[in-house]
Write a protein that binds this ligand. Sequence first.
Ligand SMILES: Cc1cc2nc3c(=O)[nH]c(=O)nc-3n(C[C@H](O)[C@H](O)[C@H](O)COP(=O)(O)O)c2cc1C
Length: 134
Amino acid sequence: MNIIVINGSPRPDGLTAAMLHRLADTLLQKGADVQYYDLSKLHMKQCSGCCACYRTGHCIFQDDAERLSDAIAKADGIVIGSPTYVSNVSGLLKTFIDRGHFVIEQLLRGKYAVGIATGENYGSRDTARISAIR
Ligand SMILES: Cc1cc2nc3c(=O)[nH]c(=O)nc-3n(C[C@H](O)[C@H](O)[C@H](O)COP(=O)(O)O)c2cc1C
């Protein structure tokens, strides 16, 4: 199985990353092919709201967000992790979800999708649900 793991925290060495790395290690031990991405290290423009992706399946911006969407298209499943920021996903992850919203929704059809959230007090459940775009 080809699994994409995406860290939506701006902190590549934070708590969310620690959880995702542990999960990625387990998946590797089980024989999965794992690709790990830190959104904080990618170059992503903000969604411009043109909805070209809805018509064409591709974003007008050919940057890392578009390349990651292509990788998701080929994967069997994705794991998306986010810290809870004000009872929601991080702004970083929201940028990626906005950029890939129409495409990802279709790309995720029939795939495994898991959302993981870290937090300190409140809102992690909603964050995990939003992370996996459910
Ligand atoms: C701007 C901001 C907003 C936050 N809002 C919440 C929140 O609403 N609920 C919560 O439980 N934790 C909140 N936290 C705490 C983080 O979710 C928590 O520290 C998280 O584990 C950090 O993950 P990271 O180490 O991967 O960056 C917030 C942190 C920041 C920086």
